[in-house]
Design a protein around this ligand. Structure first.
Ligand code: NI
Length: 202
């Protein structure tokens, strides 16, 4: 089966949404879904550790092209954005009155080297530590926290509930990106004529 190119990955972590959602925002109970989101966020570090158990140094550092991220850079991004993109924003929305949230530019941080320099074990351990701290924060939120407002420099008005739901969505996008990098580096070069059936976009 051919796989559609994951175009969002090419632009850091942006996705063009052109699909029919399974549920509308109105059909979701915020209190219940916040707990569900935290449950998902707890799984991501475990999923990454399992996925990357068999990854060698060459695959970990492999960049498909100068403009595309390696698995090392994706993990570095996850470590970095956990604090600056997610936890700090949650804290500001909880502690301030409708705060203005600055843009987080992944490509600028990547170019500045913020995502480089970690070994695989360093990156997994750092992400586990950062995520544990985030889960601690989420556990302290009151049940009505989802409605608290903030303003994003580019997107405009939003709520804490919106930010909380972007979190596992963002996780899954990068899990998919790592899966794409792994299969392109490890298996695609060795599958001979079967390559004809697939389009890869690592
Ligand atoms: Ni991202």
């Amino acid at each position: 089966m051919a796989v559609q190119p994951a175009r969002d990955i090419a632009r850091g972590c942006r996705l063009q949404a052109a699909c029919t959602p399974l549920s509308s925002p109105e059909s979701t109970s915020h209190t219940g879904s916040m707990r569900e989101v935290a449950g998902w966020l707890e799984q991501t570090p475990r999923i990454l550790r399992l996925m990357l158990r068999a990854s060698g140094e060459a695959e970990y550092l492999w960049k498909p092209s100068p403009s595309r991220w390696s698995i090392a850079e994706v993990l570095g991004h996850l470590c970095h954005v956990e604090k600056l993109g997610f936890r700090r924003r949650v804290e500001r929305i909880m502690n301030e009155d409708n705060p203005l949230l600055e843009n987080y530019d992944p490509n600028a941080f990547a170019a500045a080297g913020a995502y480089s320099g970690r070994t695989l074990e360093d990156a997994l351990t750092e992400f586990e530590r950062e995520r544990a701290e985030s889960l601690e924060l989420l556990r302290t939120l009151p049940v009505d926290a989802a409605a608290r407002p903030g303003r994003h420099a580019e997107l405009g008005p939003l709520t804490l509930g919106h930010l909380i739901h972007e979190w596992p969505f963002h996780d899954l996008g990068h899990v998919r990106q790592i899966a794409e990098l792994l299969r392109a580096a490890k298996y695609y070069p060795h599958m001979g004529p079967w390559q004809k059936f697939y389009t890869i976009n690592p």
